[in-house]
Design a protein around this ligand. Structure first.
Ligand code: FE
Length: 176
């Protein structure tokens, strides 16, 4: 016979599982729903000139902080740092195609890392001398959102490491 205490614990577990699943669904929806973003396109290559005030109205707060304020997500916290699913990575802000999964490599740095972009003009590069370091910032070539940085310690053939923030990447897996 199932006593009341165990039944109560079982119901609590089911409730927590359901809440967690709902939170994950909501998170997934937030990352893939671009219906409130009129600038998002995976085919339009026209350069965008959109103010930060406008982006702030459109983007989720965590994406805005990385993309428009050059923030950085915590290492090992992002969605894509250790994934190896085949597909395409787009800019989550504007839909610009950035990387193929074939250019992604396993890096211990805690952020998704790639050795090359889809096209040379997929991104643009800027000198970044903040935080007492000399680095090269990588921005989206279409909307100029901050994506991450590039380093010279990647694997062949380019020996580059595009060190990106998962929060500004929009991943579309290949169809099976
Ligand atoms: Fe973009």
């Amino acid at each position: 016979m199932l006593n009341f205490k165990w039944l109560n614990m079982l119901l609590c577990c089911l409730f927590i599982t359901a809440c967690s699943s709902a939170q994950n669904d909501e998170k997934e929806k937030k990352m893939t729903d671009h219906s409130n973003n009129p600038y998002y396109s995976r085919t339009d290559t026209a350069h965008l000139h959109v103010s930060d005030a406008e982006w702030k109205k459109i983007l989720p707060a965590d994406v805005y902080r990385i993309a428009r304020l050059a923030g950085t997500e915590y290492a090992f916290s992002g969605k894509y740092w250790k994934t190896d699913v085949k597909g395409m990575y787009y800019c989550v802000v504007c839909g610009n195609p950035l990387f193929r999964s074939t250019a992604k490599f396993s890096s211990s740095c805690g952020w998704p890392s790639f050795y090359e972009t889809i096209r040379p003009n997929s991104v643009q590069y800027l000198d970044d001398n903040t935080h007492g370091m000399q680095r090269t910032e990588v921005r989206c070539g279409r909307c100029e959102s901050h994506l991450g940085h590039i380093f010279d310690d990647g694997p062949p053939p380019t020996y580059k490491r595009f060190c990106m923030n998962s929060l500004v990447l929009d991943f579309e897996p290949d169809e099976k």
